[in-house]
Design a protein around this ligand. Sequence first.
Ligand code: F6R
Length: 366
Amino acid sequence: EKGGFEHFMLKEIYEQPRSIKDCMRGRIYPSEGKVQLGGIKEFAEKLKNIDRIIIVACGTSWHAGLVGEYLIEEYARIPVEVEYASEFRYRNPIITEKDVVIAISQSGETADTMAAIEMAKERGATIFGICNVAGASIPRLTHAGVYTHAGPEIGVASTKAFTAQVTVLTLMAFYMAQQRGTITESKMIELLTELDHIPEKIQKALESDKLIKEVAEKIKDSRNCLFLGRGSGFPVALEGALKLKEISYIHAEGYPAAEMKHGPIALIDEEMPVVFIATQNSSYEKVISNIQEVKARKGKVIAIVTEGDTEVKKMADYCIEIPDANEAFLPLLATIPLQLLSYHIAVLRGCNIDQPRNLAKSVTVE
Ligand code: F6R
């Protein structure tokens, strides 16, 4: 049942080229520059006039929401707020009929996310779901939705469900952009053509597995670990830190790279590994200066870089390459090595990979 893999988590990490493909099947038409999302089709007109999107979710799904915020604001130009379902539901949030709430949940059973949906629904918002489990409670509570189609996820630490959620959010961002006319057809053709090839690039990213295992050997005894990124690399950093905490029990924090100097920099010494998302995109130069700040304090730098990078290689202790891609697709690729890194560290520490202590696959208590 683990398909020759030692753990479900590893199997699910390796399934990602396929699960992303499944998630996009029948939804993207690269040569025409069109996205079709049957699940939210009846709201196509409504999407032209909405004022705001509120994304509600927990844990890893909340991280996917943060990536969604970048994409929707960038392409569809709709203001987005991303909320922890557990916080949102206990406030007295301002919600109107012109709001769309997107609830993201792998299991479709998370109690806080369900309660957030119910509250927003009572106040007149339109609710979309992004779920992995067909027929679960959340898809039944929402007005419309888009399934992630990642297949059953058994490992408690979410991997393929996360990248599928990010894929659906990417498709939603493009779909909304198409409806609202905030993107040209030629730009859509360009983006969708590239998106269509992302599964192959994920495959390529998986090929660094052996190198990542070597890096894991070097940092496995650390007590703390910092993950830093900027732009859409920031939610990737948060997700990398969460994966590491969950399965290896190493204390890890994700931070926006520029925020480091406002506090966390005090933690840096030769004992502190710092994982940077340092790919070549709009924040590349800025991230490089953040790496210099860490190196000046003798931190150990592990960098996720674009294939062929030479700048970061001069400074970092270890570099893990991912294929070059449009910034929009960076989270899908940069997440892969971080999943593998936490996996190998946890294996080396003898942890229970698929069932980490104190965690459950779906959190049905509030
Ligand atoms: C992390 C993880 C949890 C879930 C969270 C939400 O690896 O699995 O943080 O992401 O409990 O669960 P869902 O997406 O099922 O609502």
